[in-house]
Design a protein around this ligand. Structure first.
Ligand code: DX5
Ligand code: ZN
Length: 240
């Protein structure tokens, strides 16, 4: 399992310190929720903030774009220092093209599905994916309740990816994850758990990370997950 804490729940008055504390605790990924006030009913931040944080952190920047027509901004996010760009299927009529463009920029490419979006939206994009993000809350806010039918969707996603010849792609779950449901999420087939409110509200971070990682103890590591654990921030991303 990889835990990707969501910056949205961090203390915005001291983000550089927060990032340093995450790295010191052994966290490897950071989930950055970009919201445009159009695709979702909330506005957060964009490339300038990510660019400002980049020199302060070696974390792998997992950037979740809750943005209409995300293809307009791919280069901006690459230049800001993103490592993985995740677009929403519902926000892009030409997702296959956008995913291809993301990979051409040298970044990892992901597709996100809202809770109500059928997995069939990912079927013919599977070869273009490094990661499939299943929303387990309706996107827009942290601190919402986990939607339980997500467990079945995760199982179906794993089967779909295997059938499509994309078994190496990661399944990420975003929304309402916590140490209490982490084992069930991993049982269903999740590889990457995003956590906002259930992570940042609980210091020290090393103990909180351990509470999540306990769910992964004794489990076989899928080859795709093993490969992803070696993904690192490539400093060259920031200087195209
Ligand atoms: C919701 C965001 C999530 C959110 C997760 O739209 O995409 O990443 O920050 O927060 P929690 O873990 O509190 O549900
Ligand atoms: Zn997110």
């Amino acid at each position: 399992m990889i835990l990707s804490p969501s910056l949205l729940s961090a203390d915005f008055s001291c983000l550089a310190e927060e990032l340093a504390a995450l790295e010191a605790a052994g966290v490897t990924w950071l989930h950055l929720d970009v919201m445009d006030g159009a695709f979702v009913p909330n506005i957060t931040f964009g490339p300038p903030l990510i660019k400002a944080l980049r020199p302060h952190s070696g974390l792998f920047f997992d950037v979740h774009l809750m943005v209409e027509e995300p293809a307009r901004y791919l280069r901006d996010f690459k230049e800001a220092g993103a490592d993985l760009l995740v677009i929403h299927a519902e926000a892009d009529r030409h997702a296959q093209r956008t995913l291809t463009e993301i990979r051409k920029l040298g970044l990892k490419a992901g597709l996100a599905l809202n809770p109500g979006t059928d997995l069939s939206a990912a079927r013919w994009l599977a070869p273009d994916l490094d990661l499939l993000l299943l929303m387990s809350v309706n996107p827009g806010f942290s601190g919402q309740a986990f939607i339980p039918q997500t467990y079945e969707k995760i199982r179906a996603a794993r089967a779909l990816l295997a059938e499509a010849g994309a078994a190496g792609a990661l399944v990420q779950v975003d929304g309402g994850a916590c140490p209490e449901n982490a084992a069930a999420l991993l049982d269903a087939g999740a590889d990457v758990l995003v956590s906002g409110s259930a992570f940042f509200g609980h210091k020290p971070y090393d103990a909180r990370l351990a509470a999540f990682m306990k769910a992964a103890e004794g489990r076989a590591v899928r080859p795709g997950l093993r490969a992803a654990r070696a993904w690192r921030h490539a400093a060259s991303n920031a200087n195209p």
